[in-house]
Design a protein around this ligand. Structure first.
Ligand code: ARG
Length: 377
């Protein structure tokens, strides 16, 4: 059913640009490994990038850079789910400095993977991926270019690869301060078996580790999350992972852990291009259930998010379901009567009402359990 949504929205978007063929924006070929990454033998233990790393993205909350990410194409960015990016964040690409330069874009849509078995798990950090769709395409040039996607059999769980790099504006040591100038560091990919030795079997097939076992000293660190882990494959910069987690940073027996891109390759490919973007040229209709089948289906649909349609059957308010906002662009809770979960009465509302009638709303137990009835939110 949702596939149908995507195609119909795509049709709509096409209609709105008067049937023009979709245009590829600039150079769509993926990036070569820059010379400075080829030559170096050798974030924590890293060095300043001499020029922008074309696939590196800074994810910003206002002017604060809180995560990294990777350019997949002019409309599509890959980040880590644990970064929890939202449509109120923005991104910067094509700059060494996280505070200025390059191109800045807003985020139109945040897409989590809903496929059973591939959903992000915040407890184990399994499948730590999220895709960001941009409001306007990036201008691809020498400073801004997509990383290459691996083939599905690239660098399996039993393989190693020396020529891999991670990069970002994260802290220079665990708990240390971060940097304004983009840094990169070479960190070889190790096998999952070796990584599991160190991490006591927390490493799943959706993860790939990199570092210098027994040595340490070079690693990603806080603030690098979501950023790229690329390896040199025949001179091409192939995206093998997404900066995800690690114990401390650069510790000898705790390698950096990355989300393994080959694990979700088909999902990544299916979200690329501009097809998932809901056209912003025509606002969605504001009355009635435009798509009655989607009312109350767990996904927030902007078209249904109005009073007549009971705000999409509640799908847009206090929705904790994974991917609840995959199919909306505005994704706002419009229901004036929606109660936030923290605000809901914990006791039955009749009991709360009784307490209220007896003017007991000042008592701490009542305060705690009858926030809604006692109008404390
Ligand atoms: N989770 C951290 C972040 O949110 C960074 C993880 C990378 N850590 C590491 N030791 N490789 O930025």
């Amino acid at each position: 059913m949702k596939i149908f949504i995507i195609f119909s929205l795509f049709g709509l978007a096409l209609g709105q640009i008067h049937g023009q063929p979709r245009q590829q924006n600039g150079d769509t070929s993926c990036a070569d490994m820059p010379t400075f990454m080829k030559d170096t033998d050798r974030i924590v233990g890293g060095e300043d990038a001499p020029s922008p790393i074309p696939w590196q993205v800074a994810v910003l909350s206002g002017s604060f850079q809180f995560c990294g990410a990777t350019v997949l194409d002019a409309y599509t960015i890959l980040c880590a789910a644990h970064c929890q990016p939202s449509t109120s964040n923005s991104i910067r690409v094509g700059s060494k400095n996280k505070k200025n330069g390059g191109q800045v874009r807003s985020i139109a849509q945040v897409i989590y993977n809903n496929e059973p078995g591939f959903q992000y798990n915040a407890g184990t950090l399994n499948n730590d991926f999220v895709i960001l769709k941009l409001s306007d395409p990036l201008e691809l040039n020498d400073n801004v270019k997509a990383a290459c996607l691996p083939s599905s059999d690239y660098l399996g769980v039993t393989s190693t690869e020396e020529r891999c790099f991670t990069s970002g504006w994260g802290t220079l040591s665990a708990g240390g301060s971060s940097t304004n100038v983009l840094k990169f560091v070479r960190v070889p990919a190790i096998t999952n078996a070796q990584c599991n030795n160190d991490y006591g079997d927390q490493i799943t097939d959706a993860m790939i580790c990199a570092g210098y076992p027994g040595v340490g000293g070079k690693d990603a660190c806080q603030g690098d999350s979501g950023g790229p882990f690329v390896c040199n494959d025949d001179g091409k910069a192939v995206l093998a992972g997404v900066v995800s987690w690690g114990k401390g940073c650069a510790l000898p027996y705790y390698p950096g852990v990355y989300a393994r891109t080959t694990h979700v390759l088909d999902w990544i490919k299916s979200k690329m291009g501009e097809t998932n973007i809901i056209s912003t040229t025509a606002p969605p209709p504001t009355s009635g259930c435009v798509a009655p089948n989607w009312k109350g289906d767990g996904w927030c649909d902007d078209q249904n998010n109005n009073e007549e349609c009971e705000y999409d059957g509640g799908d847009c308010c206090n929705n904790n379901a994974a991917g609840w906002n995959n199919y909306c662009e505005v994704c706002e809770c419009n229901d004036p009567n929606a109660v936030t979960p923290e605000c809901a009465d914990k006791w039955p509302s009749t009991k709360c009402q009784r307490k209220k009638n007896k003017q007991k709303c000042g008592k701490w137990k009542v305060k705690k359990n009858c926030k809604e009835t006692c109008e404390l939110c």
